[in-house]
Design a protein around this ligand. Structure first.
Ligand SMILES: [Zn+2]
Length: 85
C-alpha cells in the first residue's frame, strides 16, 4: 500500500460522515429537567457563622480561634495585648 495511491479514489458522502469533521465542543445530549437542576441547587445555601463568647473578656469570637479582643486562647495569652488591635 502506497500513500500516493491511497487518495486517488473519489470521496463519497459516507466518508465525511465517518470522520465527523466539526469544530463543535462536547455538548450535553439531553436537557436537564427543572427537578434535576432544583435538586442540585438545594444544597447551594449559606449557613450562619457560629459565634461563641470569649471566657476571658466575654466578647464575641469565632470558635477554635484566638480572641481578637484580648488575644487569649485556651486560658492563656497567645498574642500580647499591646499587639492586638
Ligand atoms: Zn477575649
Amino acid at each position: 500500500m502506497t500513500l500516493a495511491g491511497a487518495d486517488t479514489r473519489e470521496r463519497t458522502a459516507s466518508d465525511y460522515q465517518e470522520t465527523q469533521e466539526t469544530d463543535m465542543p462536547p455538548l450535553p445530549k439531553k436537557k436537564h429537567s427543572k427537578k434535576r437542576k432544583g435538586g442540585r441547587s438545594a444544597h447551594h445555601f449559606l449557613t450562619p457563622m457560629s459565634v461563641t463568647t470569649c471566657p476571658q473578656c466575654r466578647s464575641a469570637r469565632l470558635p477554635h480561634r484566638v480572641c481578637p479582643t484580648c488575644g487569649y486562647y485556651n486560658g492563656r495569652e497567645v498574642i500580647p495585648t499591646d499587639s492586638v488591635a
